[in-house]
Design a protein. Structure first.
Length: 145
């Protein structure tokens, strides 16, 4: 078995070149494959496929850019409508607040009217007392003469 057949050494098994003469040539071809000429390249080869994919990728990138710009434009157009809708959504709460404020103001006005009526009564009583006081002073001064 000198140089022929299966060689065992270092734990590896390999065929010698004497038993299979195509082995070194095959290894060399596996390690350094020769590029196939364009004519031998299969239909729709890698270069054509790459070119198609590159063009498609650029087209999709442009479409994405346009869509992004359109989205930003629509957001700007939608913002006033959204704000208006938010105001309308807040409107019931504002109406409730206005009703509460009106009710509170009505109660305050009623209280002030009561105070005003009391003030009018006090002014009338005060005037009556002034008149009585003036009468008493006049009578007292007439009696003292």
């Amino acid at each position: 078995m000198r140089g022929e057949g299966l060689r065992r050494g270092g734990g590896e098994a390999s065929w010698t070149s004497a038993q299979n003469p195509a082995l070194p040539l095959r290894r060399q071809q596996d390690l350094n494959p020769e590029p196939q000429p364009e004519s031998e390249e299969p239909e729709g080869g890698f270069r054509k496929l790459y070119a198609k994919l590159h063009i498609e990728n650029e087209r999709l990138r442009e479409a994405l850019t346009q869509t992004t710009l359109r989205l930003e434009q629509l957001k700007v157009e939608l913002e006033p409508t959204t704000q208006r809708q938010e105001r309308f959504a807040e409107r019931p709460a504002l109406l409730e607040l206005e009703r509460f404020e009106r009710r509170a103001l009505g109660q305050k006005a009623a209280e002030l009217e009561e105070v005003l009526k009391g003030l009018s009564n006090l002014q009338a009583d005060n005037q009556h007392l002034k008149d009585e006081n003036a009468t008493l002073i006049r009578i007292t001064s007439e009696q003292s003469k």
